[in-house]
Design a protein around this ligand. Structure first.
Ligand SMILES: *Cc1c(COP(=O)(O)O)cnc(C)c1O
Length: 366
């Protein structure tokens, strides 16, 4: 049985006619930067999340970078975040000369442990950047309360959680700024790089729009030092098609995620824990096993692809050596990074494929 880790080919086949038509329209109009497709997409994004402003940009990484830039975060500042995430989260903090201050994660949700944040706040702390990992929001209410008390910003790294709900509201619209990614393998994926920034703050929105276009406020007038961080019209046009079907895809992802958990219930492994007041979009379906290398190898022998998100916590990465962290500083993140692994997940995973995966897993890991 052929199983893809993420089945983007089947998704394309499903929407092929509409997507091809959209791409052709962009090529025919030759409006490759900005224009109506992008405006429509931004309007649809704002509506989808309930945010006052949705701003398309070049990637999730740039969405995070633009957010920090808009808040004037740089040398001498500290930003609190999780060590158990993709490198981009902390990379952009360091890139601007600010310091990433890590806080360990919760062992059940794998998101930042909100109860440990306040201890790390200093006079230099400018923002808290929680990550909504694997598609489930962090404890945003607790985090927002801490931020309000200390008058600092909260940037949600929602690169994996676009479409997730938290206490009845949408991920990306839960804090000062929300950032998401449309990297092809994310729940809402473009056909190349893409991302978006969300905020209810008019001033921040205006500034972010300038920053992603070289700090330009009118043609060849530059108010800020910015970047080239625009979203391509062709990606916006493709995403407009996919967004129409996104609610349906999310509910299929959730059914598949829940089906995995039901079938794996009796196994000696740890399945995802989703809190009652929120949903996950299952950007990944990640389990924890003690003998990960053996399990990955045995599944691979049977044609089942897996991945590890993420094998090394960020405080132990060579790139962050200058922060001076060491093994043992964040025991939960370190433990989880040694046990975590992701199973194939996409709305196009058939029941038959899923049962084969679970059956194989049970054979090697009763
Ligand atoms: C994917 C991802 C990013 C970066 O998004 P890109 O679009 O690839 O730049 C940042 N943070 C997290 C948690 C991600 O999963």
């Amino acid at each position: 049985m052929k199983i893809n880790f993420i089945d983007l080919q089947s998704q394309y086949k499903e929407y092929e006619d509409e997507i091809d038509k959209q791409i052709k329209e962009v090529c025919t109009s030759a409006q490759f930067i900005g224009g109506e497709k992008l405006e429509t997409f931004e309007k649809n994004l704002a509506e989808f999340t309930g945010s006052s402003h949705a701003i398309g940009c070049s990637s999730g990484t740039d969405a995070l970078l633009l957010s920090l830039m808009a808040l004037d975060i740089g040398v001498g500042d500290e930003v609190i975040t999780t060590p158990f995430t993709f490198i981009a989260t902390a990379e952009v903090i360091a890139f601007l000369g600010a310091e990433a201050v890590f806080v360990d994660i919760d062992e059940k949700t794998y998101n930042i442990d909100a109860s440990k944040i306040e201890d790390k706040i200093t006079s230099k702390t400018k923002a808290i950047m929680p990550v909504s990992l694997y598609g489930q929001c962090a404890d945003m209410q607790e985090i927002n309360l801490i931020a309000q008390k200390h008058n600092i910003a909260v940037i949600e790294d929602a690169c994996q959680s676009f479409g997730a709900r938290y206490k009845g509201e949408s991920s990306c619209n839960l804090s000062t700024i929300g950032c998401t990614s449309f990297f092809p393998s994310k729940p809402l994926g473009a056909y190349g790089d893409g991302g978006a920034v969300f905020t209810d703050d008019d001033k921040l929105a205006k500034k972010i729009r300038m920053l992603l276009n070289h700090g330009q406020n009118e043609r060849y007038k530059h108010k800020y030092i910015g970047i080239n961080g625009r979203l391509d019209a062709i990606q916006a046009a493709i995403l407009n098609v996919k967004l129409k079907y996104f609610d349906k895809e999310i509910s299929t992802r959730q059914k598949i995620g829940e089906h995995y958990s039901d079938m794996l219930f009796t196994c000696k492994l740890i399945t995802p824990y989703i809190k009652a007041d929120r949903t996950s979009v299952y950007a990944q379906y990640s389990i924890r096993v003690k003998d990960r290398e053996k399990v990955i190898e045995a599944l691979s022998q049977k044609g089942i692809p897996t991945a590890v998100h993420y094998p090394m916590a960020l405080h132990l990465q060579e790139a962050f050596a200058d922060l001076g962290y060491k093994d043992g500083d964040f025991p939960v993140a370190e433990k989880v990074s040694k046990e975590i692994m992701s199973l194939p997940m996409s709305p196009y995973l058939s029941q038959e494929q899923q049962e084969y995966i679970v059956h194989t897993l049970k054979e090697i890991h009763a």
